[in-house]
Design a protein around this ligand. Structure first.
Ligand SMILES: Cc1cc2nc3c(=O)[nH]c(=O)nc-3n(C[C@H](O)[C@H](O)[C@H](O)COP(=O)(O)O)c2cc1C
Length: 452
């Protein structure tokens, strides 16, 4: 007669294994069950960050909340949709301020969208951590605007916005304490502060005037030799420290080139005095002079996934940030790059023309378009395509090709002036893709700007 014992043992083993597996995954199963039960994500941590401080703090916080067993999503403010808002019970916002009290790029659509939407937020409790710097007149203004916009929509503040001057630890401590008192956070995260890179002395190795004869202010290619252990990525920013003030420039080179290069326009005050940073870089400092430089990580302008096509759009000194990307892609062997660059005159304003020609010849650039706002007709013959006008005119002339590249997954990188260029380029993209299409592109990290 067959014994039932082996079957019994096998069943017990399977049952034991199932119970053990369920026990191991209990936290995530509980979260999933909660979500299915209520159709909600109980907690959302949203951030708007330019140089990564608010982002780092948001990710730390979100990791800590997940470790506590809470169901928590971490998003940029631009990614925070009405749907997520209407199904969230608690929202923790960490946002820095830029410009004249404005939002970082990855949060700049949120308030406008909220204002125009029909969503009501009576169910939502929120808290705001506003990062800023008291040296700017509009201290933490974007965080304060967020607070006002959320209250306006019926959301309830868990506590007053916590304002943080230059990442001061005591204010961050206040934020964590308030979250503990609101029974959201169990304990303060270990690392309070994102690390700041303190910089090093860089030596000016070379300076070349690139637009002799131009109607525009002089534009210089400036190269620094590298102190040991300095590194960065394409998209990062060099901060020049002078007289207790800081001036920022997009880095034009990659570390593999062995020097840090900038493309700097000489700036003058209305009375003719030289600007602080550009004056030092373009005129005052002799080759061999040293200055304190630090590097600011500019995550939102870092390279896209390498297999993506890249459309690089810029004007004037904005070629710096675009050049670093093209150089990095060339070294990686990724040649699907389309550069669209705008300047004034095809006679005098051709920075780094030899290199652009070589890149076009060798295929590093699949397309090169240049637009000149003050070109006389007929246009001279240059490498690539040339037209009269501005970069947005190039985008319009080649809109079919542009849409095709976007369909193929291309990412758009824009570097240069905020006034004029960036706004007009955005208007053109909005016309081609609609506001939703552009927001979607941005939320996918495929519309990135380093504009000033
Ligand atoms: C170009 C620039 C403009 C800034 N403008 C403001 C401002 O208007 N108001 C303010 O409170 N802080 C301002 N700040 C300070 C930042 O908000 C602050 O450094 C913040 O910690 C940066 O956070 P993030 O790394 O998340 O972008 C500015 C900083 C820079 C570099």
């Amino acid at each position: 007669m067959l014994s039932a014992a082996p079957y019994l043992y096998a069943s017990l083993l399977v049952a034991g294994y199932t119970v053990f597996t369920l026990w191991c995954y209990r936290a995530s199963l509980q979260r999933r069950w909660l979500r299915n039960q209520h159709g909600t994500v109980p907690l959302v941590v949203a951030y708007a960050s330019e140089s990564g401080a608010a982002e780092t703090l948001a990710q730390q916080l979100s990791q800590q909340l997940v470790a506590q067993g809470l169901s928590c999503q971490c998003l940029t403010l631009n990614q925070l949709t009405d749907k997520t808002l209407s199904t969230t019970q608690k929202l923790l916002v960490l946002a820095s301020t830029y410009g004249q009290g404005e939002a970082p790029d990855n949060g700049r659509h949120f308030i406008a969208r909220l204002t125009h939407s029909a969503v009501t937020l009576n169910h939502l409790a929120y808290a705001v951590l506003a990062l800023g710097d008291r040296d700017y007149p509009q201290f933490c203004q974007f965080g304060l605007n967020l607070d006002a916009a959320l209250t306006e929509r019926g959301a309830t503040a868990l506590f007053a916005p916590v304002l943080v001057d230059k990442l001061a630890s005591d204010s961050l401590h206040t934020w964590y304490q308030a979250l503990q008192q609101a029974q959201i956070l169990a304990a303060e995260p270990a690392a309070l502060k994102p690390k700041a890179y303190l910089g090093a002395e860089f030596t000016l190795a070379r300076r070349q005037w690139l637009n002799v004869g131009s109607q525009g202010a002089p534009l210089y290619d400036i190269a620094f030799s590298l102190p040991p252990d300095v590194t960065w990525q394409a998209g990062d920013i060099a901060c020049l420290h002078l007289d207790h003030k800081m001036r920022e420039y997009s880095i034009a080179s990659v570390p593999a080139e062995g020097e840090l290069r900038l493309l700097v326009r000489e700036q003058r005050h209305p009375d003719g005095r030289l600007g602080l940073g550009s004056g030092w870089l373009c005129v005052r400092s002799p080759v061999g002079a040293t200055s304190l430089l630090s590097i600011r990580r500019n995550v939102k302008f870092h390279a896209p996934a390498t297999n993506r096509k890249m459309i690089l759009i810029g004007n004037g000194s904005g070629l710096a940030g675009l050049r670093a990307h093209i150089k990095q892609r060339a070294l990686q062997g990724h040649y699907d790059n389309w550069l669209i660059y705008g300047e004034r005159s095809p006679e005098h304003d051709l920075p780094w023309d030899d290199e652009l020609q070589t890149w076009l010849k060798t295929g590093v650039l699949a397309e090169l378009d240049r637009a000149f706002s003050r070109a006389a007709l007929p246009l001279p013959v240059l490498a690539g395509r040339v037209q009269q006008g501005y970069v947005q005119d190039v985008l319009r002339s080649h809109s079919e090709q542009l849409l095709l590249w976007l369909e193929e997954g291309a990412a758009v990188y824009i570097c240069g002036s905020l006034q004029g260029m960036a706004g007009d380029v955005e208007a053109l993209f909005t016309e081609l893709l609609g506001e939703r299409g552009l927001s979607a592109l941005e939320a996918q990290g495929r519309y990135c700007r380093d504009v000033y």
